[in-house]
Write a protein that binds this ligand. Structure first.
Ligand code: MN
Ligand code: MN
Length: 464
């Protein structure tokens, strides 16, 4: 077979390190420097909304208020309680001709503190936790943790708290059992070796001044929090406070080919989609970027995609545009790219991965139509027309892309936001970055793939 026929017939699997020009590699690496700093400033969904809004406001985006007027070229955003956000650039076409949407999530697995988290046992103070999203509990012991929180004090004052991120800050950790006494623990399944109820954070040892006996150490923790932040035990009831890995994101590998850090599911897609969205200032179709919360717990809650906030926002825009239509007429002509990570082939986990079907690191952004178990259950399974539309857009802009299966058939399943957009009658498909060690405290993605995600979302907003 000569190479012509190979080029013509075979799927063009291309390795970024071979097919990207030196200039493109340099651009990708530069791009990831800004991404790393975004990751370090966006460990929780609230921080991600703030960081995204700050970038958008620099480009002239303003906070949407119902009743405002809109015209082509306007740049607005709608924040859902500071935990989810929709950015929108009004395009040249009417709403009823459809809108372009990229949707990603900005919440990541972590350890939430319970409503009354501070307790004392054997002279040791702890923060009691309830994990958020799917985690392997054993991965969260023996690593430095930081506390990130949002409190509403008695007088209504809002307080953002972050302990453990600045040099010189104290950090926290969850103690594991020493291996010398761990023989029985090591015989248990990985799921049971560290029970979720044991994921309590070591908070301190000292008694409050002048106090002794039971409760004195807990009292000291509450005293320190009160003196520094004005928080009482009751304020934890309404707080959103969690523990996240305290280490910063960084380059990974001697060749610096990857980015390692916490929360890349799904901030890697959120950031690449955001920067792409902001780079297209005059889209033909009205463009929306949705950064949703609660994806890791099933998309429930008022900042999750099962809530009606997106619908409401679109209806308010329709009214402002003076188009006498309902959202259904907009949605059937719209297109949504659900931007989320997928797994990738890794030779050390062969037993559950699909050697031929799974995505590869360094081969670009992943297009995936489904990710189900038990016969594609609970998955979008994007139709041929939707898939072909996206492929055309990617190819026209020479985006390096590949397909992904998400592991062997029935070896496990996951889900993305695309299902909730198809529920609205919006053709939707998934596109995202291959991610190693997903949901662990340190996830890694290839810089070339991250950059290709940016290129892909840019192509979508430009060409759709
Ligand atoms: Mn995800
Ligand atoms: Mn996830």
């Amino acid at each position: 077979m000569d190479s012509d026929i190979k080029d013509k017939l075979l799927f063009p699997h291309k390795d970024a390190s071979v097919s990207l020009t030196r200039e493109e590699v340099k651009t990708a690496y530069e791009y990831c420097k800004a991404y790393i700093s975004f990751l370090n400033n966006a460990k929780t969904e609230r921080e991600a909304v703030s960081a995204a809004v700050a970038l958008a406001e620099k480009e002239g985006f303003i906070h949407w208020k119902k009743g405002m007027e809109i015209k082509s070229g306007d740049k607005i955003y709608f924040s859902r309680r500071g935990k989810a956000v929709v950015f929108c650039t009004i395009g040249g076409k009417k709403f009823t001709q459809g809108i372009s949407i990229v949707a990603s999530h900005i919440d990541s697995p972590r350890l939430d503190l319970k409503m009354q988290p501070v307790y004392e046992d054997s002279g040791i103070a702890f923060f009691d936790t309830h994990y958020y999203g799917i985690i392997k509990p054993y991965q969260w012991t023996g690593i430095p943790l930081a506390l990130h929180g949002f409190f509403i004090l008695k007088d209504g004052q809002e307080l953002n708290l972050k302990i453990g991120e600045e040099p010189g800050d104290p950090r926290f950790f969850i103690a594991d059992l020493l291996p010398h006494l761990g023989e029985e623990q090591m015989k248990k399944s990985a799921k049971d070796a560290v029970p979720a109820e044991s994921l309590d954070i070591l908070a301190g040892l000292n008694s409050a001044p002048g106090e002794s006996g039971a409760g004195a150490v807990k009292l000291n923790i509450l005293r320190l929090l009160y003196e520094k932040y004005g928080i009482t035990e009751k304020d934890f009831v309404s707080a959103e406070i969690c523990a996240v890995p305290a280490f910063p994101a960084s380059d990974i590998g001697l060749d610096r080919s990857m980015v390692g850090g916490y929360g890349q599911d799904d901030k890697v897609c959120a950031y690449s989609a955001l920067t792409a969205f902001l780079s297209v200032s005059e889209p033909e179709y009205t463009s929306c970027l949705v950064l949703a919360d609660k994806e890791e717990t099933g998309s429930f809650g008022i900042s999750g995609m099962k809530s009606a906030f997106f619908l409401r926002f679109i209806n308010e825009l329709l009214e402002a545009a003076g188009e006498a239509a309902n959202e259904r007429e907009v949605f059937s002509n719209s297109f949504c790219v659900s931007a989320d990570v997928n797994t990738c082939w890794y030779p050390l986990y062969k037993e559950v991965l699909d050697e031929h079907g799974d995505a590869r690191l360094n081969r670009g952004v992943i297009l995936f139509r489904y990710w189900g178990q038990g016969g594609k259950e609970n998955t979008n399974d994007a139709d041929a027309q939707t898939t072909a539309t996206l492929i055309k857009i990617l190819d026209e802009d020479q985006v390096l892309w590949q397909t992904g299966e998400g592991g062997k058939v029935d070896s496990g399943a996951s889900g993305t936001l695309s299902r909730f957009f198809t529920n609205l009658d919006i053709p939707s498909i998934d596109l995202g970055v291959p991610l190693l060690s997903m949901h662990s405290p340190l996830e890694a993605a290839a810089k070339a793939d991250i950059y290709m995600a940016y290129r892909a979302f840019t192509a979508f907003f430009k060409r759709r």
